[in-house]
Design a protein around this ligand. Sequence first.
Ligand SMILES: Nc1nc2c(ncn2[C@@H]2O[C@H](COP(=O)(O)OP(=O)(O)O)[C@@H](O)[C@H]2O)c(=O)[nH]1
Ligand SMILES: [Mg+2]
Ligand SMILES: [Zn+2]
Length: 287
Amino acid sequence: MKEATVIQTAGGTFYIHDLEQGLTLRAFARGRLKKGGERIYPGDRVIYRDDKGSTIIEEILPRQNLLKKPKVSNVDELIIVKSVEEPAPDFYYLDKMLALAQWFQISALICVNKIDLDGQTGKIIKQIYEPLKYKVVLTSAVESEGIDLLLETVTGKIAVLLGPSGVGKSTILNCLNPSWDLPVGGISEKLGRGKHTTKHTRLLPWEKGFITDTPGFSQLNVNLIPLKILPHTFVEFSKFADGCRFSGCFHHKEPDCVVKENVETGEICRQRFDNYIRLLKEIKENG
Ligand SMILES: Nc1nc2c(ncn2[C@@H]2O[C@H](COP(=O)(O)OP(=O)(O)O)[C@@H](O)[C@H]2O)c(=O)[nH]1
Ligand SMILES: [Mg+2]
Ligand SMILES: [Zn+2]
């Protein structure tokens, strides 16, 4: 009995990767698993065995988590990729993704790419997010700068790259392993909908872990966060929230709100707070 990670599913066939042996295998689920109606997702850790030349998945190990749309399990790290320019960073989107990561209880890392184009933006992002204990890695994928540091942080993990088209996700992955030869420059996106692009999730194995940049992840659904939880997903509020007059304070229209007071004094970053209010309204409208 050996252990592997599911990297892709295709109907009743599964591609599993055994990191220890550096092997990708085409596998089938054992009858018992199929009968039980148990689904198997990319990211699942499985026990497999060889059976007369076939690879059989015997058992699915308990999942740590399961993201919806696309379905990937056991995600250890969300890498939120921004670029300093082309496109310029959208801080609302960034704060939204960080809130989601908190809600999913998945560690999040901010990767600021294209630092060869501008040295300032990365520093500004570090100034805002490092005090909140988010890790910020500055990279230039075209110059292979910072990629080592990025890799160090995802060693042994299942990591998912998140971010709008054009920030350099595919270029970063190609740095990691040139043989993946992923299309760069939005080519895959342009071929797009309805044509031959597969939207199937595929985890890419490298010698120390798994990584993916599945397109569906760019639209992670923020409405998954219950309104009551939202204030807790902004980590810097927690230090002050106990001082608010109301225990379930949304830090919005309530009087005697210590979070708002700390926005006024500059203790809490106003841009983050404004994005929080925008997110609160967005979830309310859609909820
Ligand atoms: N200057 C600069 N351009 C980059 C960098 N990384 C990617 N690009 C360019 O940005 C464009 C989009 O890259 P791509 O990897 O396809 O982005 P994706 O849509 O996020 O996968 C391409 O033209 C890349 O050559 C970088 O670090 N610096
Ligand atoms: Mg891409
Ligand atoms: Zn409050």
